[in-house]
Design a protein around this ligand. Structure first.
Ligand code: CAA
Length: 263
């Protein structure tokens, strides 16, 4: 048996900026357990190193990340899902004390968009495709998508995205306010790094104090609405008792259209 020792995350320190690059091209950077373990380690390293003053989280030209790994979840029950702390990794990003920028190119779907939403700022290539397509595979977002989109966009726009599972272009995402900037495909990472270096050059204590204050202003339950995130997660886990979740995820893996029965 050949063991796959390729890292799922590439972590580099570039001056005052920690650059974390998701690296599972064969699965469009689907956020598997090993990948999120490596991401968590890189984030911990950035938190502990006072020389790192901002973090850029990126993927490839083709995919930031196409969601949580469906093949890991497909056959699981709600009980098994609840015992797994996987989704708390997204919270780690959202509560990270230093500035975080998601540099998005290609697909940012499901848990991938949720990872970008957990960052402070989002810069996207004009090729980026965003969305929360969980509904199309019989479930719902479980890593902050319903909570963060509702807070960013309000009820109607958030529900439109969440109920349709539709794909949103970078331009549309900019108009909606999901992302901060759209840049040409070839320079999305350079632009993100440039922006991160600008923020990293600011006085770090003030930068972190501003982040803490903004997060607290957004939520009386700082950090980041733990009650709302808990409810979302419970509802997400409950769906793993449904036939539609099994059918939706199985159909994705078998590359066919799912047949939902409302059970
Ligand atoms: N999980 C596991 N594998 C995935 C994946 C995912 N989320 N997304 C893509 N892949 C894999 C595919 O299975 C395929 O693998 P094989 O070559 O071994 O068959 C490979 O990546 C390439 O994908 P496609 O062949 O599907 O590529 P495409 O260009 O035809 O389509 C796509 C691209 C539209 C992004 C499509 O892959 C897709 O719809 N992916 C799933 C998106 C999705 O539903 N995300 C939500 C996941 S659930 C979630 O995230 C829950 C949560 O809230 C935490």
């Amino acid at each position: 048996m050949i063991l796959d020792t390729k890292p799922s995350v590439i972590f580099e320190k570039k001056g005052a900026v920690g650059l974390i690059t998701l690296n599972r091209p064969e699965a469009l950077n689907a956020l598997s357990h090993p990948l999120m373990d490596e991401l968590e380690k890189a984030m911990d390293d950035c938190a502990a190193d006072s020389a790192v003053r901002a973090v850029v989280l990126s993927g490839s030209q083709k995919a930031f990340a196409a969601g949580a790994d469906i093949s890991e979840m497909e056959g699981l029950s709600s009980k098994e899902m609840r015992l797994d702390p996987h989704l708390s990794r997204w919270d780690k990003v959202s509560t990270f004390p230093k500035p975080t920028i998601a540099a998005i190119s290609g697909y940012a779907l499901g848990g991938g968009l949720e990872l970008a939403l957990a960052c402070d700022l989002r810069i996207a290539s004009e090729t980026a495709v965003l969305g929360q397509p969980e509904i199309l595979i019989g479930v719902m977002p479980g890593a902050g998508g319903t909570v963060r989109l509702a807070r960013l966009l309000g009820r109607a726009k958030a529900l439109e995205i969440l109920w349709t599972g539709k794909k949103i272009s970078a331009r549309e995402a900019l108009e909606l306010g999901i992302i901060n900037r759209v840049v040409p495909a070839e320079s999305f990472l350079d632009e993100a790094m440039k922006w991160a270096r600008e923020i990293a050059a600011m006085p770090p204590l003030a930068v972190m104090a501003i982040k803490k204050s903004v997060l607290s202003a957004l939520s009386p339950d700082y950090p980041d609405h733990p009650k709302a995130l808990k409810l979302e997660r419970e509802l997400f886990y409950d769906l793993f008792d449904s036939e539609d979740q099994k059918e939706g995820m199985k159909a994705f893996i078998e590359k066919r259209k799912p047949k939902f029965r409302g059970k």
